[in-house]
Design a protein around this ligand. Structure first.
Ligand code: AMP
Length: 224
């Protein structure tokens, strides 16, 4: 997929924790061929591999705080510099601060590129609290389920060693904190991308299929 000027597409998925960004990002990446880049997944992978970066990130993640900008920006810019990112990227969970957004803009501008569109998946605080309360994930493969809305299917195991856990950052105290962090640090990005005329909003309280369809339409509107 390329933008209206025929360049590589860089797309951002924005929205509060629990808006469904991860699920939508995986499906949209499959449909469009864009590379799915989730900074949360990168931190968790580092943690599983016991790297210094993973251990540093863990203290922030467990508390529902953001990992410091310099660490996150460094990791992301290194990642988008690799060959497989040249066909375009779908950013999920990045940027989360205006400083991160500026760093990404600068890096893309230096390569003669720019963000094609930022899609906001809009969901109310009440709905987010309801959703995150029941979220569980598999400690082995990272698949995410919901005890009520999307329970694991015993006939279709997610991996060989299923181990369902509640992420520390999905526990009630951390959820409240993550929503506050979103409001304080990430929501200003709505104004940032609106000012750049790069924001498209989809209603995140529809069925996942309808959200996915709207998301695809938003991407098609800026592609050639
Ligand atoms: P996520 O899986 O996107 O919900 O991310 C899980 C956690 O990883 C967040 O609560 C943060 O602690 C950390 N994290 C992920 N992406 C970023 C980012 N762009 N900036 C800072 N921290 C991040």
């Amino acid at each position: 997929m390329s933008d209206t000027k025929g360049r590589t597409m860089y797309v951002i998925l924005l929205g509060p924790p629990g808006a469904g960004k991860g699920t939508q990002a995986v499906q949209t990446a499959e449909r469009t061929g864009l590379l799915h880049l989730s900074t949360g997944d990168m931190f968790r992978e580092n943690l599983r591999n016991g790297t210094e970066l993973g251990n540093l990130a863990k203290t922030y993640m467990d508390a529902g705080e953001l990992v410091p900008d310099d660490v996150t920006i460094g990791m992301l810019l290194e990642r988008i510099g690799r060959d497989d990112a040249r066909a375009g990227c779908l950013f999920d969970g990045f940027p989360r601060t205006v400083e991160q957004a500026r760093a990404l803009d600068e890096a893309l501008t230096a390569q003669g590129q720019e963000i094609a569109v930022t899609v906001l998946i809009d969901v109310s605080n009440e709905e987010i609290t309801r959703r995150l309360g029941g979220r569980v994930s598999c400690a082995t493969c990272g698949s995410v389920f919901h005890q009520v809305f999307n329970p694991p299917d015993a006939s279709k195991p997610c991996c060989d060693v299923i181990k369902l856990i509640q992420r520390d950052d999905d526990k009630p105290e951390a959820i409240a904190n993550r929503l506050q962090v979103y409001a304080d640090q990430t929501e200003p990005l709505v104004a940032y991308y609106t000012a750049a005329d790069k924001l498209s909003t989809v209603n995140g309280e529809q069925s996942p299929e309808a959200v996915g369809q709207d998301l695809l339409s938003a991407l098609e509107a800026v592609s050639n």
